[in-house]
Design a protein around this ligand. Structure first.
Ligand SMILES: C[S@@+](CC[C@H](N)C(=O)[O-])C[C@H]1O[C@@H](n2cnc3c(N)ncnc32)[C@H](O)[C@@H]1O
Length: 212
């Protein structure tokens, strides 16, 4: 999603409802955070979820990390109009990004996992950057049973979107992991206490607390 055209199409798509739902589920899972908690949003894209989180957690610092300059340009533009200094967008890759803080009180991520060829690096980064006991909420697509189901999902949920987004959605569905594969990834990173739940016909929600 490095191309400006992709970033613009993604930012202009109407993700209002799913993003709000994700933020509501995240807030519920994050529970009582310290007053000046630091929250990390991995793969923040154009920043809609990062900014919704910041509004829902009015005293928290919220940092969004993304590898795409085109996405971050849109995120920073949105930030300019409504921030009070608690939100920052950082360019960097999972794995390896340098973050402003050594440790975060909570970590969220929506739709990044399936982009990664080596998913272990995602869970390792979460384990390394989250404080002991930190709540973690991750949403991602899961891979449908077959290519025909993937085509049906694109037709059902993205029929009116631009071609570039329909192609991305189709590719993302095929690249996504199955819940059982995510459970294996978590176990390999010693995060076996995390739960993986299918929450729609295409999304899974992964929740847990880092070991203390
Ligand atoms: C489908 S978008 C999701 C954006 C945002 N989380 C949302 O829900 O609107 C995936 C994002 O992950 C970013 N991304 C992909 N691979 C990455 C990596 N290795 N490190 C950091 N960001 C990455 C892309 O640039 C893109 O902005």
């Amino acid at each position: 999603m490095d191309e400006p055209e992709q970033a613009r199409a993604y930012a202009e798509a109407d993700f209002d409802e799913p993003n709000e739902q994700f933020v509501e589920q995240a807030i519920e899972w994050l529970g009582d955070l310290p007053d000046t908690a630091a929250v990390l949003d991995l793969g923040c894209g154009p920043g809609d979820i990062t900014l919704r989180l910041a509004r829902a957690l009015p005293s928290a610092r919220v940092h969004g990390l993304d590898g795409s300059p085109a996405m971050l340009a849109i995120a920073r533009n949105r930030l300019a109009s409504e921030t009070d200094g608690r939100v920052a967008f950082i360019q960097g890759l999972v794995p390896g990004a340098e973050l402003p803080l050594q440790s975060y009180d909570a970590i969220v991520s929506n739709s990044l996992l399936h982009h990664l060829h080596r998913p272990a690096c995602f869970w390792e980064m979460i384990a390394d950057t989250g404080a002991p006991g930190a709540p973690v909420v991750v949403m991602d697509l899961f891979r449908p049973a077959d290519a025909e189901t993937a085509r049906e999902l694109v037709a059902t949920y993205a029929a009116d979107e631009p071609e570039v987004l329909r192609k991305d959605f189709h590719a993302s569905l095929l690249a996504a992991f199955e819940p059982a594969e995510v459970l294996d990834q978590l176990a390999a990173c010693r995060l076996e206490g995390f739960a993986v739940d299918a929450v729609s016909d295409r999304h899974m929600l992964i929740r847990g607390h880092l070991p203390r």
